[in-house]
Design a protein around this ligand. Structure first.
Ligand SMILES: [Zn+2]
Length: 123
């Protein structure tokens, strides 16, 4: 994972390697954010800390992909924009049949290169 080492994003990938989803939390306004930045996008404070997110979220939007783009994702497959309970939205593949408003939970698959994020149905 040497190509991913960066002081701003390293905590995210380190957490991912342990199967955890980490987000930044602003110590000034309390907002959570992801992707990682050196300042808060809500109040511009640099008082940021990494916290473990619940991993739970709601599908905000989704699309079914019909074109092959990667060997590990044979089409058709569905990608969702998931709004985490903490607020940030991020993309990831979801099981077939998932639709807007469904509850999902983050899951990591460890690989030789880097952890890969996807979302499963919340139980
Ligand atoms: Zn803030």
């Amino acid at each position: 994972m040497t190509d991913l080492l960066d002081p701003t994003t390293d905590p995210y990938w380190s957490a991912a390697a342990e199967g955890k989803l980490a987000v930044q939390r602003c110590g000034s306004c309390g907002r959570h954010q992801l992707y990682p930045r050196p300042f808060c996008i809500g109040c511009t404070s640099a008082d940021l800390a990494w916290v473990e997110a619940s991993g739970s979220g709601t599908v905000y939007s989704c699309v079914t992909v019909h074109l092959p783009v990667h060997d590990e994702l044979p089409p058709p497959y569905t990608v969702a924009l998931v709004e985490l309970d903490e607020g940030p939205r991020l993309l990831g593949p979801v099981p077939d049949g998932v639709s807007i408003g469904d509850r999902v939970v983050a899951q990591w698959r460890q690989t030789d290169e880097r952890p890969v994020l996807s979302f499963g149905r919340a139980s």
